[in-house]
Design a protein around this ligand. Structure first.
Ligand SMILES: [Zn+2]
Length: 48
């Protein structure tokens, strides 16, 4: 039986498609939906 709390969850950046394995991924909520973006694409998100 796998322990879900110890599962290594990998997120994918919705902008460039990189994974949390390579780049830190930030999780945020937009319009009630949970989204994921990497630190490279975050400035793009902030500046529109
Ligand atoms: Zn990205």
């Amino acid at each position: 039986m796998a322990d879900p709390s110890k599962e290594n969850i990998e997120y994918e950046c919705e902008q460039c498609g990189t994974t949390s394995e390579l780049t830190p991924i930030i999780t945020y909520v937009y319009q009630g939906e949970e989204r994921h973006i990497c630190t490279h694409c975050l400035p793009t998100l902030i500046h529109g």
